[in-house]
Design a protein around this ligand. Structure first.
Ligand code: SF4
Length: 463
């Protein structure tokens, strides 16, 4: 999982990129990078770690310009080492190009083998490199597309790339004099466009525009290619509309609650998840408490629907990062204990409904239930505001392998016993689908096992 950000047409673009990508820190914490164009050259800064700690003022001094792209990385394909920190950069026959990518390709192995056989040299072990190498490999212009004269060299290459890759990609290309934003035809990952003065912004989530005091303009549509340069903005749809498969997990967990992504305000969807869960539920309890932070909004919805008071029974220590996006299980477990403290003032002698956004391996929930009981809760009713996770993701979210998913190995009653909760209930798949407009436009494969793009190879999830 990753975050991408872009800015075009603003002096000091490197600073806008720094703050814009900082707003997406929750989407990846392994590395951060910024590529900046001054109109003729592209310069890069790439660092391991968190945005504010890794990038220093002097790093930005050396990369000044009026257009920039930026990336925060959480590895889903390729090893998690620094070698795969983005943006990726390449000198091509079109000149220098940098690219940032959010998503995961399902035919990386096949394409890489084919391109290596043709003699292309790869420098990284991540699928993102295909977006640079394929630019050199061919051209394609669909018969219905009428290219603007300024796009006749570049866009046939980008359409060719889109024709060859399969899977999820929201990406930004930076050329010395232009930026190109691309969203895959199924629209798995979000990509938003914003404005600030005369400048154009792009981001994985609208929260980047808020931090910069910019305005959300619109979301790129699935399959859209947008070119921005000194001549203006041009939009293309090179491929006929097929099925849309936006990732519902973005709304369930990954995006920030104040963001607009995938045609929804995340806050509204999360609150509906809690309300739907409450409608499907019958439990006598004294308080509803969230697992912070991602359980907070569903718990509010649950509380408002049932009338059971909302309280903060678990307090988050804000100096610890999110456990979900630590790469190893061991680190995740330690962090759960470090980041949450039980609040006895709320819990002692109470029948508690505790709401979490999802239950993946079950180990976190087990620790939370035990923590609540140790702090005096009389009963703990565990409620999950999404359905059981039964399938891995091949399109860019780091859900575990099928074997690690607890709902694949245990019955509901066995999971309840494993977590130690008095009762356990999940939101139904139908209930989750009711939380979004047009559920048919979403991928919910990790909850339903209905995969919208066939996965060609098991190696597409290199872990
Ligand atoms: S499988 Fe799940 S996490 Fe992956 S894209 Fe589909 S809904 Fe999102």
């Amino acid at each position: 999982m990753c975050g991408v950000f872009g800015v075009f047409g603003l002096e000091g673009a490197e600073r806008y990129a720094y703050f814009g990508i900082y707003a997406l820190q929750h989407r990846g914490q392994e590395s951060v990078g910024i590529a900046v164009s001054d109109g003729s050259t592209i310069k890069l800064v790439r660092k391991a770690g968190l945005v504010l700690e890794a990038i220093k003022a002097q790093d930005l001094e050396g990369v000044r310009g009026n257009a920039a792209i930026a990336h925060v990385r959480y590895s889903t394909a390729g090893d998690s080492g620094f070698i795969n920190a983005q943006p990726f950069y390449r000198e091509t026959s079109l000149g220098p190009v940098a690219v940032v990518h959010n998503g995961n390709l399902v035919n990386y192995g096949t394409l890489r083998k084919e391109l290596e056989e043709k003699g292309y040299a790869f420098q990284h072990s991540s699928d993102t490199e295909l977006f640079l190498i394929l630019l050199e490999d061919g051209e394609y212009v669909p018969p219905h597309v009428d290219l603007h004269p300024k796009d006749r060299d570049l866009l046939p290459r980008i359409f060719y790339v889109m024709r060859r890759v399969k899977g999820a990609y929201s990406l930004l290309y930076l050329f010395p004099d232009k930026m190109v934003a691309v969203r895959d035809p199924m629209g798995f990952r979000p990509l938003l466009m914003g404005r600030i003065g005369q400048g154009i912004l792009f981001s994985s989530e609208s929260c980047s525009f808020d931090i910069l005091r910019g305005q959300l303009w619109r979301e790129l549509r699935p399959g859209e290619v947008l070119v921005v340069d000194s001549a203006g903005i041009r939009s293309y749809f090179p491929f006929p509309h097929s099925r849309t498969a936006m990732c519902i997990f973005e709304l369930v967990y990954f995006s920030k609650p104040e963001s607009y992504v995938l045609e929804h305000w995340v806050y509204h969807v999360r609150k509906r998840m809690g309300q739907e869960l409450a409608r499907e539920d019958k439990v006598e309890a004294d308080v509803v408490i969230p697992v912070p932070d991602s359980g907070v909004v569903p718990a509010l919805g649950y509380s408002q629907e049932t009338g059971i008071p909302f309280e903060m029974g678990l307090i988050r220590n804000h100096y610890v990062g999110r456990s979900f996006i630590e790469p190893t299980q061991e680190l995740r477990d330690i962090k759960v204990l470090m980041k949450l403290s039980p609040n006895r003032a709320v819990l002692e002698g109470k029948r508690v409904v505790v709401i979490d956004d999802s239950l993946v391996r079950g180990t976190t929930s087990k620790k939370i239930v035990s923590m609540l009981k140790s702090a005096g809760a009389k009963e703990v009713h565990l409620r999950i505001a999404s359905p059981p996770v039964i399938g891995p993701c091949f399109y860019g979210i780091d859900t575990p392998t099928r074997e690690e998913l607890i709902a694949n190995r245990m019955s509901l009653e066995d999971i309840r016993k494993f977590t130690g909760a008095d009762t356990l209930r999940y939101l139904s798949l139908e209930g989750l689908r009711r939380c979004v407009h047009h559920p048919e436009k979403f991928c919910d494969a990790c909850f339903s096992n209905l995969y919208p793009v066939e996965v060609e190879e098991t190696a597409s999830r290199i872990r």
